[in-house]
Write a protein that binds this ligand. Structure first.
Ligand SMILES: Nc1nc2c(ncn2[C@@H]2O[C@H](COP(=O)(O)OP(=O)(O)O)[C@@H](O)[C@H]2O)c(=O)[nH]1
Ligand SMILES: [Mg+2]
Length: 223
């Protein structure tokens, strides 16, 4: 009898890592800075992108990949701001993966792009596990979600190099201790950059966009 070979399905995360590395190679070849933007549903990912597009206008070219379970609503929001945007519908999947990004890239003209932001599916859990080939993971927590979230979703805070604490205009109306968010996030990730922002009033957005512009220049090797 010949040897019986059992097919082994390779770890899904391992396959994803390979695809993410391929995406990263393409981004680096084109000198495009890529951000993976993550948060729970409604924390303000698309709002941050709209505000960021306004701030970068005329200086740097931004493109966006929008991930949602359904609809093309968010891509349309960004297109209205003059941003090249492509929508991915995951049809139920709770996160984006390297393969979905590779497919989306076929529908983008990358040549003029300085920064590509990938808006992940609204979820503080699964997106933390899947690299897409990005250079920076950026997460948003809105104050309306509560100051206990770093304790409950530690991985997302640990892997994100930037934390945007959004909706600070709502602080007078919600039971949320901003200082506690900072302290808990710091404990999980001492090097994380934290920006308190309000997409509604614009407060704090300048510091965030200044960081982003500096990061774009650094990535391109510009002074
Ligand atoms: N009060 C307030 N509302 C905000 C702020 N940022 C976003 N929103 C609102 O929160 C809701 C969800 O925002 P959206 O950007 O679609 O969140 P996403 O699901 O994470 O993309 C929308 O109704 C926004 O207008 C903010 O800073 N303050
Ligand atoms: Mg959105």
């Amino acid at each position: 009898m010949g040897e019986i070979k059992v097919p082994v399905v390779r770890n899904i995360l391992e396959v994803n890592e390979r695809l993410a590395r391929e995406n990263r190679r393409l981004f680096d070849e084109k000198k495009i800075l890529v951000l993976n933007l993550m948060s729970s549903p409604g924390a303000g990912k698309t709002s941050v992108l709209e505000r960021t597009a306004e701030a970068l206008q005329g200086r740097y070219t931004m493109a966006v990949i929008e991930g949602d379970i359904q609809s093309s609503y968010d891509a349309e929001r960004l297109q209205r701001k003059g941003v090249q945007a492509v929508q991915i519908n995951t049809d139920g999947a709770c996160h984006l993966d390297g393969n979905m990004i590779r497919t989306a890239l076929e529908n983008l003209d990358l040549d003029p792009v300085d920064v590509l932001v990938i808006e992940n599916v609204g979820n503080l859990v699964c997106p933390a596990e899947f690299n897409l080939g990005e250079h920076e993971k950026v997460m948003i927590l809105s104050v309306a979600e509560g100051d206990d979230k770093p304790l409950k979703y530690p991985l997302m805070f640990q892997i994100s190099s930037v934390l945007l604490v959004n909706k600070t205009d709502l602080l007078p109306y919600v039971d949320c201790d901003l200082q506690a968010i900072h302290e808990r996030a710091r404990q999980l990730n001492p090097t994380q950059k934290i920006f308190d922002i309000s997409c509604r009033t614009g407060e704090g957005l300048e510091a965030w966009t200044a960081w982003l512009e500096a990061r774009i220049r650094e990535h391109k090797g510009l002074p």
